[in-house]
Design a protein around this ligand. Structure first.
Ligand code: TUI
Length: 307
């Protein structure tokens, strides 16, 4: 399946792995890239030198292109932005903000820039700023989300920009991928399904929480703070939503989730931890290798798109 995205990135399949905090480390990124997609290291809020190490470790496992996701709420984003160039990374995706101030630096270094956007306005702004493509991410996604759904956002972004569009949010099989291509996307970005991949280092409790989830088992917390986050319902989300309803302060809410994603991913605390995952969790029934995930999804999509 050749698209402008496979050409741009020099990859075999139009599949990009989400840059998920704590989850998108070098084993997963390398496995996705080795399987012919684009694997990403999620810099999230990691110390910049850890990101450098992660890039180097990934390169030991694969010669294929790997990217880095720069999370723009990270106070160290600027340092990470420079490390990406120093380490010769060829593709960057960004999340949770406007990467405008790093664009020139990345473009001058020959880095392909693919901002994740949640609105048409941001997609147009990114195109004008020199982005090579955009990821249009719907609110079905796990983690930090916008307001629009994938179904409505992708075709509107595809009409608004000339650069290629990658669809994200609610995609985990060939039907979702084919639908995204019909809406005007030239690749998909998936997160939740890769959390459950065999090569993912995520604690088995977290994987089982996704595999056991039903369609309506996720919640969005943090709407009152301006940072809505989707995760699987548990004791933490119930407590968070109760506090939000009572008008709790930002500090109180922050206290409840401090270190909570790390605790879920690394220690398997899926009761008090934050189990970020998208609405498509209900479709995921078993652990598969990255190669199986990517090959099954693209083969099914290709078949459907030919009908
Ligand atoms: O970034 C994500 N997903 C994330 S980041 C993250 S870490 C975090 N944890 C708790 C609270 C906040 C962040 C977990 N999941 N996806 C990409 C994404 N970007 N979704 C939405 C956006 C976005 C939002 C606003 C992109 C640009 C934007 O622009 C606003 C502006 O004008 O700056």
């Amino acid at each position: 399946m050749k698209t402008r995205i496979t050409e741009l990135l020099g990859i075999e399949y139009p599949v990009i792995q989400g840059g998920m905090a704590w989850v998108a480390e070098y084993h997963l990124a390398a496995a996705v890239s080795e399987a012919g997609g684009l694997g990403l290291i999620g810099a999230a809020s990691a110390p910049p030198e850890i990101v450098r190490e992660q890039i180097r470790e990934a390169k030991k496992l694969t010669d294929k292109p790997i990217g880095v996701n720069v999370m723009l709420l990270n106070p160290n984003a600027e340092e990470v932005a420079k490390i990406v160039i120093e380490e010769g990374v060829k593709v960057v995706t960004t999340g949770a903000g406007n990467p405008g101030k790093y664009m020139e630096m990345w473009k001058n270094a020959g880095v392909k820039v693919i901002p994740v956007v949640a609105s048409v306005a941001m997609a147009k702004l990114m195109e004008r700023a020199g982005a090579d493509a955009v990821v249009a991410e719907g609110m079905e996604s796990g983690g930090h989300i916008g307001e629009a759904t994938t179904m409505t956002l992708v075709p509107q972004v595809a009409d608004a920009v000339k650069i290629p569009v990658v669809a994200a949010g609610g995609i985990a099989d060939g039907r979702g991928m084919a639908a995204a291509m019909m809406l005007g996307a030239e690749a998909v970005q998936m997160g939740t399904v890769f959390v459950t991949a065999k090569e993912s280092i995520v604690h088995s409790n977290y994987k089982q929480k996704i595999i056991g989830a039903k369609d309506i088992d996720s919640e969005v917390t943090g709407r009152s703070t301006g940072h809505p986050v989707r995760s699987i319902r548990n004791k933490m989300t119930r407590e968070y939503l109760r506090l939000e309803k009572e008008g709790a302060s930002f500090e109180e809410l922050e206290h409840l989730t401090l270190g909570s994603l790390r605790n879920a991913v690394m220690d398997g605390d899926v009761v008090n931890g934050t189990v970020m995952a998208g609405q498509i969790a209900g479709l995921i029934k078993e652990e598969k290798s990255c190669k199986e995930i990517i090959e099954n999804i693209t083969a099914q999509a290709e078949c459907l798109l030919k009908i």
